[in-house]
Each structure stands twice: as C-alpha cells, then as structure tokens.
Design a protein around this ligand. Structure first.
Ligand SMILES: *[C@@H]1O[C@H](CO)[C@@H](O)[C@H](O)[C@H]1NC(C)=O
Ligand SMILES: *[C@@H]1O[C@H](CO)[C@@H](O)[C@H](O)[C@H]1NC(C)=O
Ligand SMILES: *[C@@H]1O[C@H](CO)[C@@H](O)[C@H](O)[C@H]1NC(C)=O
Ligand SMILES: *[C@@H]1O[C@H](CO)[C@@H](O)[C@H](O)[C@H]1NC(C)=O
Ligand SMILES: *[C@@H]1O[C@H](CO)[C@@H](O)[C@H](O)[C@H]1NC(C)=O
Ligand SMILES: *[C@@H]1O[C@H](CO)[C@@H](O)[C@H](O)[C@H]1NC(C)=O
Ligand SMILES: *[C@@H]1O[C@H](CO)[C@@H](O)[C@H](O)[C@H]1NC(C)=O
Ligand SMILES: *[C@@H]1O[C@H](CO)[C@@H](O)[C@H](O)[C@H]1NC(C)=O
Ligand SMILES: *[C@@H]1O[C@H](CO)[C@@H](O)[C@H](O)[C@H]1NC(C)=O
Ligand SMILES: *[C@@H]1O[C@H](CO)[C@@H](O)[C@H](O)[C@H]1NC(C)=O
Length: 609
C-alpha cells in the first residue's frame, strides 16, 4: 500500500475495524523467571503440582484425564531464558516404573541422565552446518559438492519423475525438508529388506504379488546386512540413494525426510574432510562445553550408569547405525540440551542477524498453524485469551523408545526442552505430545503475562521535557483487556508536543495508539540501552481471521487484506522531516527500566518522572 499524507485519512477510516500487529513480540522479553514476584515460576509450580497430582497421588479428574499413559513415560523437562540463568531451575523429572526397575542404566532420572535425543539430532546437524558452511556452500547444488551425483542429475533433468534432480538440490534444500528426496535413509522401512534379512517372515513376493527385486544392486547402504549398514556412510550412502525415484520435485513442498540430514551429515564430513563426530565436536560440543552429549552410545561405565535405558538395550538405547546419526542418533542430557538451545537464542556461536535470518520459515505446510524452516518445525501458538500468535521454533524427536524437543520462543528470548523414554512406542509418541501441550498451555500465557507485568513496571508513567517553559510530555499506559477491543500492549495515552495535543490532532484523530515493540534492547543485561516501539492504531489481530473474515462484511481475501493485516502494510508509513512520527525510542537502564523517551519526529528527550 502506498503511503502518503493523503492516505492518512484512508487508514483512519479503518481504525475502528482493522486488526493488525506486525509479526513478533508485543512487549520486550521478560527477564525475571525466578523471583517470587514473577508469574513464570508460579505457573510452573501450578503445572508440576498437576503432574505430581496425577503421577504421584493418582488424582484422576478432568484436568488430569488427558495424561493417561504418561505414568509410563520417564521424562525430564526444563525452561530456559537467555536473560535469567535461574530459569533452568524450573525443571521437572519423572521416573516411570520401567526405568525405576531397569537392570541397565539409571533407576532415577535427573538433569544429568543421558537419553537418546532422536530427531533433535537434525537440529544439531543444521546448527553444525550454520557454524561450518559458508552462505555460498549452503546454496551450492549437490552435484558441485559431490561430483559423483552429477551423472544422475544429467539424466534426471530429462526424467525428473523417476530420477532425483541433484543439480537443483542444495544443502539448504536438505536442511529445510525441501529436497523431495525419498524419506527413509536406507532399508529401515523396506518390506523386502525386512524379509531378506529375516526381520520379517512376510514374503512380499508371495504375499503381495510384487516382483522379485535385487536390492543388493542399490549398494551396501541399502540392501546389505546390518553389518554392511554400519559401514555405510558418506558418498556410498549418497550414491545408493541417488538411484531411487524422488517423492517430489526439489523446492515444491516440504516433506519430512531423515535422508535429508543423513546426506547433509555426509556432506559436512566431506566438505570439512573430517569424520562427522569430529565436525560436531569442533563446531558445537567443545565450544558449548556439551560434555554429556554423545555421537554414539556411551562406553564409559560412569556414563552408562546415568543412561536412561528403556526396553532392550541393544535395539534401543545402544543402537548405533552411524549413517543415521545426523538424523536421529545423538544422545544428550537435559543440562546439555538446554545449554544447546540457550546458545542459539543467545547468539553464542552465530551473530544475532544470522540467527534471526535462520529462525524464519522456509515454507508453509498445508496447515495454517505449522510452518517449516531449516530444520525448524514452527508451531504457531494462539493465545486462548488474547488471540496473539506466537511462533515456537521447535525440533521434535520421536523415534523408537525416545522422544524429545527443543522449543525456542524468540518473542520471549526463552524456551523449553524435554527428553522422554518409554518402551511402549505408541504411548511414548502420543503422550509425549500431551506433556508438551500441558507445558505450552502453562508456560506461554505466563510468559505473555510476565512480559506485560514487566512492561507495566518499566514503561508506564509520564515523561516530560526538562527544558524550562517547554510544555512537552508523553504518558504511557497499558491495556491488558480484550474488552471492548483487543488492544493489548503498552499504549500512548497522552502526547503533548510544545503545548499541542498531538493525539487530538488529525494525525491520530483522538486515538490512543498501542505501542508495539519494534527494536529490542541490544545491549547485555546490566548495561543501559535503547528500545524502540511503533505506534499502531489497530487492535491486535485475532489469529485465523482469514483476510476477508474481518468485520465490515468484506467479500473475499483481497477486500479484507488491509483489515486483518494493516500494520504490515502501514507500519512506519508516516514521517515528519524524514523521521517516522509513530516511532518512539526509550532509553532504558541496565535492568530495562525506562528513563526517558524520544519521539523520533521531534528528537526531544522527555524524562520519566
Ligand atoms: C493453575 O492451573 C489452573 C488449572 O489449569 C488454572 O485454572 C489456573 O489459572 C492456573 N494458575 C496459574 C497461576 O497459572
Ligand atoms: C480416570 O477417570 C476416567 C473417567 O472417570 C476413567 O475412564 C479412567 O479409567 C480413570 N483412570 C484411572 C487411571 O483411574
Ligand atoms: C502402563 O504400563 C503398565 C505396565 O506395563 C500397563 O499395564 C498399562 O496398561 C500401561 N498404561 C498405558 C496407558 O499404556
Ligand atoms: C547470554 O549471553 C550473555 C552475553 O554473553 C551472558 O551474559 C548470559 O549469561 C547468557 N545467558 C545465559 C542464560 O547463559
Ligand atoms: C547395558 O547394556 C549395554 C549394551 O548391551 C552394555 O554394554 C552395558 O554393559 C550394560 N550395562 C549394565 C549395567 O548392565
Ligand atoms: C544383484 O545385484 C548385484 C550387484 O549389482 C549383482 O552382483 C548380483 O549378481 C545380482 N544378483 C542377481 C540375482 O541378479
Ligand atoms: C568427498 O567426496 C568426493 C566425491 O565423491 C570424494 O572424492 C572425496 O574423497 C570425499 N572426501 C571425503 C573427506 O570424504
Ligand atoms: C564444562 O562442563 C563441565 C561439566 O558440566 C563443568 O564441570 C565445567 O566447569 C564446564 N567448563 C566450563 C569452561 O564451563
Ligand atoms: C515551542 O513553541 C514556541 C511558541 O510557538 C516556539 O517559540 C518555540 O520555538 C517552540 N519550541 C520548541 C522546542 O519547539
Ligand atoms: C500543556 O499543553 C496542554 C495541551 O495544550 C495543555 O492542556 C496544558 O494545560 C499545558 N500545560 C501547561 C503547564 O501549560
């Protein structure tokens, strides 16, 4: 939408009906996760009391009923915040009867218990790539990175239904589930392989009428015995998959594929010229001091003694198929997984701008509430009370006897981690997600409420010019109610500029704009800094109002698009002398408390009284 002074009146026409918000946080991230005044430990206590009620005291009511089966899952979970190291004291551990009586490994879990992390390994692999690969390498066709693939790609261009177009696939396509290559890395889900290796007694040739097939022509990474698979890595593995037909064309639709990360791992090893174990070690484990994170199952007695061994050790915890490690084979503890997750949000290994670019969707899925990044599984949480959409950047692990998650919430500079184990795979898989639902519905509203509380403490009040005879002031309020409109957030309730009431003028027509965070404080905690906000005269979007479903009886997606997403179109659209007159920059002290505000249009500094 083109903006000019002429459009101001057009925008103000929308002001009572339009819904907006730019994507991102309403408030600065909360910094208090541990004091007795914080809402976050209170919500965590509430949650863990509920878990205790069900798991220890067998409370069975409508609040605990969905947890049925969780008593059989051993799990460890933790919160974290980059601003409050004590957030990780908000942990919960539960040991199921299976682990309490296990003959192998620990009988009681804590933050140093070693679990398999399953597919959270994929996030380790991509993070390793983020640290190791150049921007150019991420976007180089695989045929250039592994010349052995070129011969397949040449043919594939003529027959892309049957052959993978490796010249169109880049490491970034692999990292973001966008390559379209077939899912499983090798024979794990292959009914013919299962029969030939006597894992299954069902002969697909006689049972299903499929023709005999010689899978050993696919090479040791596919058709061989378990021993051959264990030797299968790097280019042999990549080549054996090159012969299989693609599931989709590259870059057409996201598809969950272990193979993407197995190939990416092989490439990381190939490009660095080092065994993959060493690549993880030098990129992540050593710099982040992840002393309890393992490339393969632990061999030291002391580590085995703190391992969470669900089911038969050899086919569960101690299973080691190296070519699958970059997809699902790493092992870690709650302490290490939390350090790992914190390091991403805290820009420990990557710059803040590279991290922001990385933590974005690459593609939608067919669901409005779920997008895909590299390798982020972006869960779009909708607050049941405010309707606000908060994107949770997750990577889930769900394989065999183990489940896991790293959940990063950039809007709050915080997140949570979870590790879980149970040899009943179906219960483990379904009910681990239920645990995650409980954590989400306890933690997300608490983060929002704590952010609002700190914003009220840090910003609300009146700011005045200290120059003699200059009548300039700003008053900041906060609205935490959806009645009569969804006007959540800090608000500009008064703006006097040199004796003139700016909000009463036709620039704002009497509106009391919301102040939405635009540039958070960039200095470390303890140091003073600046925080910028943009004024919006539109109420908060209630999610899933598709364009056109807004008020005013619009007829379709186009006529409704301004009404549901107006801040995207109009933020920072109005200037005075080149400066956005809807932008306000606060000077804050080391604790984040505002000391003054500068309306960017006037450049005057108004001190908080
Ligand atoms: C505690 O949990 C109950 C039930 O889920 C909920 O109604 C209540 O609002 C929660 N209180 C806090 C402080 O989170
Ligand atoms: C809990 O209560 C529900 C509903 O009354 C019942 O179906 C279920 O079997 C109970 N579960 C346990 C573990 O007692
Ligand atoms: C939990 O495990 C016990 C013991 O193996 C079993 O009897 C019970 O059915 C399991 N509960 C669920 C919900 O799977
Ligand atoms: C995040 O990084 C800052 C700056 O390096 C550091 O002071 C802080 O302790 C880190 N936060 C956590 C939770 O480690
Ligand atoms: C647990 O099982 C693994 C794999 O079989 C074995 O190496 C280890 O010694 C066992 N530990 C104990 C305490 O039995
Ligand atoms: C199966 O393929 C392998 C490898 O290409 C070959 O050595 C073998 O002779 C083939 N077996 C049959 C029965 O065709
Ligand atoms: C990398 O791949 C190329 C091409 O397949 C191969 O020649 C080379 O030996 C590989 N290097 C490593 C370290 O695996
Ligand atoms: C690394 O982690 C170990 C084990 O948790 C700890 O003892 C050690 O102090 C840490 N080292 C550094 C430099 O933080
Ligand atoms: C405030 O307004 C007065 C009267 O119009 C004017 O003389 C003065 O320059 C203005 N001051 C500022 C800081 O704009
Ligand atoms: C400052 O200006 C406002 C708006 O014109 C006016 O209401 C107020 O009385 C003035 N205050 C002083 C001290 O002059």
């Amino acid at each position: 939408m083109h903006q000019s002074w002429k459009t101001i009146s057009l925008l103000s026409l929308f002001s009572t009906a339009a819904l907006a918000d730019h994507l991102g946080p309403t408030y600065p991230a909360p910094i208090d996760f541990s004091s007795k005044h914080s809402k976050i430990p209170a919500a965590w206590k509430n949650l863990t009391t509920l878990f205790d009620g069900y798991l220890k005291h067998h409370v069975n009511n409508s609040l605990t009923a969905p947890l049925a089966g969780v008593e059989n899952i051993t799990f460890s979970t933790s919160l974290f915040s980059i601003h409050d190291p004590r957030a990780t004291e908000l942990q919960y551990h539960y040991t199921s009867p299976e682990i309490a009586t296990s003959k192998n490994g620990t009988n009681k879990v804590d933050a140093n218990s070693i679990y398999r992390i399953a597919s959270v390994s994929k996030l380790f692999t991509v993070y390793t790539g983020m640290v190791t690969l150049t921007e150019e390498e991420w976007h180089t066709p695989l045929t250039k990175l592994n010349p052995a693939l070129a011969k397949y790609a040449a043919v594939a261009d003529e027959d892309p239904t049957w052959l993978i177009q490796f010249d169109k696939i880049t490491p970034w396509a692999l990292a973001s589930q966008s390559s379209g290559i077939p899912t499983q890395g090798g024979p794990l889900n292959d009914i013919l392989w299962a029969f030939l290796t006597q894992q299954s007694t069902v002969n697909p040739v006689t049972e299903y009428g499929f023709p005999p097939e010689n899978i050993s022509s696919l090479g040791p990474c596919y058709g061989g015995l378990v021993e051959a698979i264990a030797e299968c890595h790097d280019s042999t593995f990549v080549e054996s998959n090159a012969l299989r037909p693609p599931a989709f064309l590259p870059w057409s639709t996201p598809m969950y594929a272990d193979n993407n990360y197995e190939v990416l791992g092989a490439l990381l090893s190939n490009i660095t010229g080092k065994p993959l174990a060493d690549v993880y070690e030098s990129a992540l484990f050593s710099p982040l001091n992840l002393t309890s994170t393992f490339y393969s199952p632990p061999t030291k007695k002391a580590d085995q003694a703190r391992s969470v061994v669900a089911g038969i050790p050899e086919v569960g915890f101690y299973l080691d198929i190296p070519y699958t490690t970059p997809s699902g084979g790493l092992l870690s503890t709650l302490t290490d997984l939390t350090k790992f997750a914190t390091s991403i949000l805290n820009n420990t290994l990557l710059s803040a701008s590279v991290t922001r670019k990385w933590m974005k969707p690459q593609t939608h899925t067919a669901s409005l509430s779920y997008s895909i990044g590299a390798p982020w599984e972006i869960v779009r949480y909708v607050s049941p009370t405010t309707g606000k959409v908060t994107d949770i950047y997750t990577k889930l692990g769900d394989s065999g006897n183990y489940g896991s998650i790293t959940a990063l919430i950039p809007d709050y500079d915080a997140g949570f981690t979870l590790l879980a184990a149970c040899s009943n795979v179906a219960v483990r898989s379904l009910q681990t997600n239920v645990i995650l639902d409980y954590i989400t519905s306890a933690v997300l509203p608490a983060l929002e409420a704590q952010a609002a509380l700190e914003a009220a403490q840090n910003y609300v009040g009146t700011y005045r010019s200290t120059q003699p005879k200059v009548n300039s002031s700003i008053t900041i309020g906060i609205d935490e109610s959806s009645v009569p409109t969804n006007n959540f957030g800090l608000s500009l309730t008064e703006w006097i500029s040199n004796g003139t009431d700016v909000l009463a003028s036709d620039l704002f027509s009497g509106a009391k704009p919301r102040l939405l965070l635009s540039i958070p404080k960039q200095t470390p905690q303890g140091e003073s800094g600046a925080v910028a906000f943009q004024a919006s005269t539109f109420a908060q979007t209630y999610s899933y109002l598709t364009p056109g479903a807004a008020k005013r009886g619009t007829v379709g997606p186009f006529s409704g698009q301004y009404l549901t997403n107006l801040d995207f179109w109009s933020v920072d659209g109005d200037y005075y002398g080149g400066n956005g007159y809807r932008e306000f920059v606060f000077a804050v002290n080391g604790d984040g408390k505002a000391e003054s505000v500068t309306p960017v249009a006037t450049r005057s500094r108004l001190e908080k009284k």
